[in-house]
Design a protein around this ligand. Structure first.
Ligand code: ATP
Ligand code: MG
Length: 648
């Protein structure tokens, strides 16, 4: 497959960008022409119909398609035998599975028929709660094939979090596994689903795939086995199942609901629709990573998060790419696992999160011994601002200084990457996301929503907003359009507000400084938490840190730092370390940014997608210990007690 819209030079980037702003409808229509449609859009309707007031955003409304025909069917003729998914199991000694496009297509068709047989229809909500196995992708695509709306819930969530999401989505169907392997752990998924379903009267059917052979209880009339159902389809329908047409969908029909990670509040059920999401994930995948046919692309995210949706399931398959899917965790059986996988499968593009990089850094260079890594061409990060130290480590020890690093800024709500350098095409800059993709029109505003146009000290700094919709923007929050309006479109009139703060330099590069809520105002100086953390993390004994503000009589806000130190340090030197950290921050940012309090902790409260839940840290720092809010999305709730008890 060749990509007519792949940008190869800076000039082409500038040209594409200009055109996308001046004539978005023409620009995206050309990209749309590279896909397969059941029906093109009627001439009478507009390619883009929008206002940010309601908000209403419609791209290609009236055009008809099925996204899975673009993910699968259209590749069969030319690349049916190309691997679509290479699956690396949790246990390195278990057999690797490779699913070609032909095999994946067949399996999706079969499972789509299973869903039909079980009563699932277009528009029904299907909750998917599985580990990272190929059947998860098959389940996702089978839903899309019949027009059911999938809502994947990360396999680490508790029964209560699942129950909340099932309820919010009004899901009647669940696809799950007996259990999931993650590192040394074996998670009993089906039994967690059973707990989540206590008192639930809406769910009609639970389809259970076998992975771990964990004993499960199957409820008569409600629960069925994946394998039995598929065998039934194969026996009764043979190859006919391949001939059943996929459901015809409108460009603006919902494709999926995905709940945000919840680092700032109650998770929101973000809704994406078929055509815009299809265009956006493909366009960004091919351009940001500069994917070339036959490259092996390894995204380490879980499909339970948007990164896994857009850059494991949809973007790569829409592009006919080969995607490596990994069941386990980076540190099991040891901290060299990612690097071993890179060598074993000759991975060309690696896409991971700063939190994973920092965690692997803390093991030193031993896990990298006897690893080759020479297959790597491009590295990527997503999820948080990447601190400079981690960036340089990634560049030096993983990329061997020859792989461009793309720092990709985006959100669940944006569907795909919005701000990033394009690997090897536009320049990278440590800890800067750099330039907006074609179609993306960022601006910075002050608290009142007035656009910032003046540079101070070579940068502008403000709240990051978007002026106009790109194809992949969210359309609503499920069942509550008003919440969507309130959260994203009401803070500043006629703008989409990202919730993040950013800097912009004179060349138009952006640097994300963290969430706007996390900007500190210390004696009238605005400091991004990411900046202060970046400086703290430079200290040799520091593994990770999180900074929040708290009310301070003199300064307005004081700086409270939670710091995770290297296990190997001398514990009796903690006071000295504290002083060294202050000196480090002072040297890197200035005395103004010196933390007023430094609490050493054994870990930080993180969401299951690896993000620091700062609102909890803020409450502890403020001394508001009684009501810490929704903590159901935390990975390790016990850490909260330690932090609370150790409060300074
Ligand atoms: P919630 O919205 O429920 O609080 P969340 O914002 O953590 O959860 P996501 O949509 O997964 O959920 O994360 C998007 C956020 O992650 C961005 O708004 C930004 O703060 C941060 N982020 C993602 N990528 C980057 C990046 N490359 N650089 C800096 N920040 C990033
Ligand atoms: Mg968010």
């Amino acid at each position: 497959m060749s990509y007519s819209f792949q940008i190869k030079t800076i000039e082409q980037y500038q040209e594409a960008y200009k055109r996308s702003v001046e004539d978005p409808e023409g620009f995206w229509s050309e990209v749309a022409d590279t896909f397969e449609w059941r029906k093109k859009q009627p001439f009478s309707s507009r390619v883009l119909d929008w206002n940010f007031d309601e908000p209403k955003i419609k791209w290609f409304e009236g055009a008809k398609l099925n996204i899975t025909e673009n993910c699968l069917d259209r590749h069969l003729k030319t690349s049916g035998d190309t691997p679509a998914i290479i699956w690396e199991p949790n246990d390195p000694n278990e057999k690797v599975r490779t699913l070609t496009y032909k095999v994946l297509h067949r399996k999706v068709c079969e499972f789509a028929q299973v869903l039909r047989n079980n009563g699932v229809r277009k528009g029904d909500r299907v909750c998917i709660y599985m580990g990272m196995i190929p059947e998860l992708v098959i389940a996702v695509l089978a839903c899309a094939r019949i027009g059911a709306i999938h809502s994947v819930i990360f396999g680490g969530f508790s029964a209560q979090s699942i129950a909340d999401r099932l309820d919010d989505a009004g899901a009647e169907y669940i696809i799950t596994c007996d259990g999931a392997y993650r590192g040394a752990k074996d998670i009993p998924l089906k039994s967690i689903i059973d707990d989540a379903l206590v008192g639930n009267k809406v769910v009609k059917r639970v389809i259970v795939h076998t992975r771990t052979r964990t004993p499960v209880s199957m409820i008569k009339g409600r629960d069925v086995w994946w394998r039995d159902e598929v065998e039934d389809v194969i026996e009764t329908m043979h190859d006919e199942v391949l001939a059943i047409p996929a459901e015809e969908m409108d460009a603006e029909d919902p494709l999926f609901i995905l709940y945000t990670s919840g680092s700032t509040g109650k998770p929101k059920g973000v809704v994406h629709t078929c055509a815009g999401y299809m265009l956006w994930t493909t366009y960004t995948f091919v351009n940001v990573f500069q994917y070339q046919p036959r490259d092996v692309f390894f995204c380490t995210a879980d499909i339970g998060w948007i990164t896994g949706h857009s850059y494991i399931a949809y973007g790569p398959l829409l592009s006919g790419a080969t995607c490596l899917m990994f069941e386990g965790v980076p540190t099991w059986p040891d901290a060299g696992r990612f690097w071993e996988i890179v060598d074993k499968h000759k991975v060309n593009i690696l896409y991971t999160a700063p939190t994973a990089i920092r965690s692997l850094m803390s093991y030193g260079l031993d896990p990298l011994k006897d690893k080759d890594l020479s297959s790597l061409k491009v590295l990527g990060t997503v999820g948080e601002p990447i601190n400079e130290e981690a960036w340089h480590w990634y560049d030096e020890h993983i990329g061997k200084k020859k792989c461009p690093i793309v720092d990709t800024w985006w959100q669940t709500e944006t569907g795909g990457i919005l701000i990033s350098n394009l690997a090897g095409v536009t320049p990278a800059r440590p800890s800067w996301a750099t330039l907006p993709l074609p179609g993306v029109q960022p601006l910075l505003v002050d608290e009142k929503g007035v656009e910032i146009t003046e540079f101070t000290d070579e940068v502008m700094s403000g709240n990051l907003c978007m002026r106009a919709p790109w194809p992949g923007i969210l359309r609503t929050t499920y069942g509550d359009h008003e919440r969507c309006r309130q959260t994203y479109f009401s803070t500043y009139k006629d703008l989409y507000f990202t919730g993040d703060g950013a800097w912009k330099d004179e060349q138009g590069n952006y640097k994300i400084t963290g969430r706007v809520d996390d900007v500190l105002n210390v004696s009238g100086h605005r400091l991004g938490t990411a900046e202060v953390e970046n400086a703290i993390n430079m200290h040799a004994s520091v593994i990770e840190s999180a900074v929040v503000g708290y009310p301070h009589e003199v300064k307005g806000q004081g700086v409270y730092a939670y710091v995770v130190l290297d296990e190997k340090r001398h514990k009796d030197e903690d006071d000295l370390t504290r002083k060294d950290i202050l000196a480090t921050v002072s040297r890197i940012i200035g005395p103004i940014a010196k933390p007023d309090k430094i609490q050493f902790v054994s870990g930080l409260p993180k969401t299951r997608s690896g993000k620091i839940m700062r609102r909890i840290l803020r409450k502890v720092a403020e001394g508001e210990l009684s009501n810490l809010g929704d903590t159901t999305t935390l990975l390790d709730p016990a850490i909260v007690d330690e932090i609370r008890d150790g409060r300074l």
